[in-house]
Write a protein that binds this ligand. Sequence first.
Ligand code: HPA
Length: 282
Amino acid sequence: MKDNIFALMQNIDLQKLNETVAFIQTKTDLKPYAGIILGSGLGGLVDDLTVSCSLPYEEIPNFPVSTVKGHGGKLLFGMLNGKPVVMLSGRFHYYEGYTMQEVTFPVRVMKMLGAEVLMLSNAAGGMNKNFKVGDLMIINDHINLFPEHPLRGRNDETMGPRFPDMTEPYDLDFVKRAKALAVKHDILVHEGVYIGLQGPTFETKAEYRFLHVIGGDTVGMSTVPENIVARHMGMKVFGMSVVTDLGIREEMNEITHEEVLEAANAAAPKMALLFKELLGEI
Ligand code: HPA
């Protein structure tokens, strides 16, 4: 049809979303309060979840499928510290070749299932001079340097506004509460700005310098697209970075993915504790 030839790309495929949500609701009647997406090496929180339903991505209509071998991703439903949650075990990254719509599809599904809150974590490079490998940072803002925007395309006003406000991308009450919980449990946390870019290369020295100068404290290849879509749909977001390597001039070393995973694994229990405790409070 002529109309279709000239139709603009939509940023949301509502029909697909409805189909996916309807399928999931035939498998579980748990209505999640929060959606949780964990970063590389930070999956340990899954062990604390009392799982009531586990759906492999391949079985969910319209769901993207993980590319990482041996990481058959799953959508998990269950209780975490007394709250019903949905957890994405295996995140979708833009650098893997997914479109922004695919990267953020699970966030829309989570919201349509009832989630009011989204909790995100990531492994990230640290640029702030006070940061050390293994430190945690509560994200209080971000800078979006991805080359494509998840909301580009014709907007569906029933989902969210054409021009979403981004003055509080990370809920400041959550930030305050998480900081207080960290003090209570004697966990060192920083607070700062995450810069999201596409990867998959780690940054050059000049890029790290640039990212620090423009206001970044950590840098990574995720989180920002999911945050944007969650905010578009009116979800409140909490996010945390685990510093897995440093992009500070004097301390910068070569990095490998294995080192990133190792550092993330070591810090994961502290992060998991803060996520659980915060979830219990909000
Ligand atoms: N840069 C980008 N992504 C990352 C880094 C980094 O230094 N560390 C872990 N993920």
